[in-house]
Design a protein around this ligand. Structure first.
Ligand code: ZN
Length: 282
């Protein structure tokens, strides 16, 4: 359901509201309902604007061309209504905003980041020589310092995992839990966010189970991680979208600009945020 709601907020919503709404509420960034109200009241006051309504069936490019023809204000509004996937790189393995799930593997499957560093060198306690991409490691160090200041402790249990490590790990889960259950717990090689060097498993020393969500560390991280560029990636109740069970310990680095947008969007999954299909299975 959240998936559908978000889609309404995306380009389909923009087209449904039409260019007239875009012109009449030039800086509206609020909820869909307020935009609809403004459109409704505007339609009463200025019925001639209704002639600018765009048929939802018109492809996006046509709507964009029309927005261009109508002037910069309309273009601005169309841009703010675009799904995020239209304006950021979510397909290149090296992109900080790459989407990795069961429908979107890394290309190539053997991808290895080039700028891996050890977060321990930046003061973050880590479990046995963990590595992360430089931007993620630096942000993690900032988040660690802020948590410490707030009296909260966490350590990096798992960061970058190579394709070969993942290829070894995944069958281990399958042996232990059965292949179907294993798919909800662990990714195949090339399909793991850990292979990007941008994902972290953080814990206060607790086991990585749903019970971790009740700890002070998990709650602090869930509330504050976006300020440092991280999002809680596998949220509760969204297994049908993310393809994974609730993982209160797994955070994904997107960069502060993107995590802030994500936080403000109210999205519960990165798939929904990007307007991309759910990825429950391979
Ligand atoms: Zn993880």
């Amino acid at each position: 359901m959240a998936h559908m709601v978000h889609k309404i907020g995306g380009i389909s919503g923009a087209l449904a509201l039409g260019i007239s709404c875009a012109l009449l509420t030039p800086f509206a960034s609020g909820s869909e309902s307020s935009a609809t109200e403004k459109q409704a009241s505007a339609a009463t006051e200025k019925p001639q604007q209704a002639t600018l309504h765009v048929d939802p069936a018109i492809p996006y490019r046509s709507a964009q061309s029309m927005a261009d023809a109508l002037g910069p204000m309309a273009t601005l509004m169309m841009a703010s209504r675009q799904p995020r996937s239209e304006t950021i790189d979510f397909t290149s393995a090296d992109s900080l905003t790459v989407l990795v799930n069961k429908k979107n593997p890394l290309t190539p499957l053997s991808y290895t980041p080039k700028d891996l560093v050890a977060p321990t060198s930046l003061g973050v306690p880590s479990f046995g020589g963990q590595l992360l991409r430089k931007d993620a490691a630096e942000a993690l160090a900032q988040m660690y310092a802020a948590a410490k200041k707030a009296g909260v402790f966490f350590e990096l249990r798992s960061g970058y995992r190579s394709a070969s490590t993942q290829a070894t790990l995944h069958p281990g889960y399958a042996n232990r839990y059965g292949s179907e259950h294993a798919e909800l717990l662990s990714a195949r090689a090339g399909y793991s966010e850990h292979q990007t060097g941008l994902a972290v498993d953080l814990t206060d020393g607790s086991e990585l189970t749903a019970a971790f969500a009740k700890t002070e560390a998990a709650q602090w991280l869930a509330a504050n991680s976006w300020k440092y560029g991280f999002i809680l990636r596998y949220t509760q109740g969204n297994t049908g979208v993310t393809g994974y069970n609730f993982e209160p310990w797994h955070f994904r680095f997107l960069g502060v600009e993107e995590s802030t947008r994500y936080y403000r969007s109210g999205a519960k999954t990165y798939e929904d945020y990007l307007g991309q299909p759910a990825a429950p299975t391979y």
